[in-house]
Design a protein around this ligand. Structure first.
Ligand code: PLP
Length: 390
């Protein structure tokens, strides 16, 4: 776009491609697997990357380019690549950068599939991961070895909504010359821009709040041009690219990200305040509640508190299951960041295969319930939670 000084919402709405000869107002969908060339020389120069143009949709496509360009503008990043899912983004980003023998230092609470990659797959290629407790950031530097290449973290974390100081991570990465990668899925660039704090790469599951309506899977990585070039070259070979249709959906979704997030966060704070005063609830975690252990850090690095509220129900595992069974309006679903409010009980579902000790290591107690607060009338959501808690 011509003016980089435009505000966040303007970037999300007006950062668009050139119009076709039809002068359409909204960006059309380019469902095409490949693009044509004028002549042999045009084709040669394009493949030699002497020209910045679309060749084949595994490499690039106008809809993907629009989505990438918008997210780069919103994150304050130089370049990006769009993927078929958040996990395709996480995997391809790490696989493109890491070599056999490299070491990762990661926050212990990472998305389940990311954790599984770290412990079940990367060791096959002699890539090891050491975890730090997100509540003990002073232990991070002690984990760094001469082989460490990457610091990886999420904030807020899933499902316990812990917060890590991104500025601190940025400083450690700089001091030790490491690549800092932040999974910014729970915050979105509207609430938090890790590049500002020194992140070299930011990965997203666009499936969550970016789409925000539970329709498509998608992922994206944005950040430093040199690193993105490596990720691009790896991805154009291995083929995890986002479909143009999903890119088109996601680009449209970004136009309403700010206004949706404002309401998501307003509703989530109300739900958190309701839960904090409920006798059946032991403890509530929401970044913008004063009782959150990292409230000050959350205030420093986030615009609003996000849409995820975690709470501890009295009565543990059985009470958690009984609560889910009583829910009427909200959905029981593994997704999050949807217009529809979703409740999950990690100890009996997503994390049931872990031992109690393993769950506690990632802050998942037996009574932990996660609410992804949606955009329904908030009093209806609270009434549903209230009747299920009684
Ligand atoms: C959902 C999620 C992912 C994975 O995204 P998919 O689009 O489901 O592949 C990665 N990181 C976080 C934090 C997530 O919530």
């Amino acid at each position: 776009m011509e003016n980089d000084n435009f505000g966040f919402e303007t970037q999300a709405i007006r950062n668009q491609l050139e119009r076709t000869q039809y002068l359409e107002h909204s960006v059309p969908l380019y469902l095409t697997s490949s693009f044509v060339f004028e002549d042999a020389e045009d084709m040669r120069a394009s493949f030699a990357e002497e020209k910045d143009r679309n060749i084949y949709s595994r490499y690039s496509n106008p809809n993907n380019n629009e989505f990438i360009s918008k997210v780069c503008a919103m994150e304050g990043a130089a370049a990006g690549f769009a993927f078929a899912s958040g996990m395709a983004a996480v995997y391809s980003t790490l696989a493109a950068i890491l070599n056999s023998g490299d070491h990762i230092v990661s926050s212990s609470s990472v998305f389940g599939a990311t954790h599984s990659l770290f412990i079940n797959y990367f060791p096959k290629w002699n890539i090891q991961t050491s975890y730090f407790d997100i509540n003990q950031p002073e232990t991070i530097e002690g984990l760094i070895t001469p082989d460490t290449k990457i610091i990886f973290a999420e904030s807020p974390t899933n499902p316990a909504v812990d917060i890590i100081d991104l500025e601190l991570l940025g400083n450690i990465a700089k001091k030790h010359n490491l690549i800092l990668i932040i999974d910014n899925c729970f915050a979105t660039p509207y609430l938090q821009q890790p590049v500002k704090w020194g992140a070299h790469l930011v990965v997203h599951s666009a499936t969550k709040l970016m789409d925000g309506q539970g329709r498509v899977l998608g992922g994206i990585t944005v950040g430093d041009t040199d690193l993105i070039q490596k990720i691009y070259l790896f991805s154009r070979l291995t083929g995890p690219s986002l479909s143009p249709f999903n890119a088109w959906v996601l680009s449209k979704s970004l136009e309403t990200l700010a206004i949706r997030l404002d309401r998501h966060c307003e509703n989530a704070l109300k739900v958190a305040e309701f839960l904090e005063n409920h006798p059946q609830v032991n403890k509530v975690k929401y970044p913008f509640l004063k009782s959150h252990p990292q409230y000050e850090i959350a205030k420093k690095q986030m615009k609003l508190g996000g849409n995820i509220v975690a709470f501890e129900i009295k009565g543990g595992l059985e009470a958690g299951r009984a609560f889910l069974d009583k829910i009427k309006l909200c959905s029981l679903s593994p997704n999050l960041g949807d217009t529809r409010t979703i409740v999950t009980h990690p100890a009996s579902t997503t994390h049931s295969k872990l031992s109690v000790e393993e769950r506690l290591a990632v802050s998942i107690t037996d009574g932990l319930v996660r609410v992804s607060v949606g955009l329904e009338t908030v009093t209806d959501v609270i009434a549903d939670l209230e009747q299920a808690l009684s």
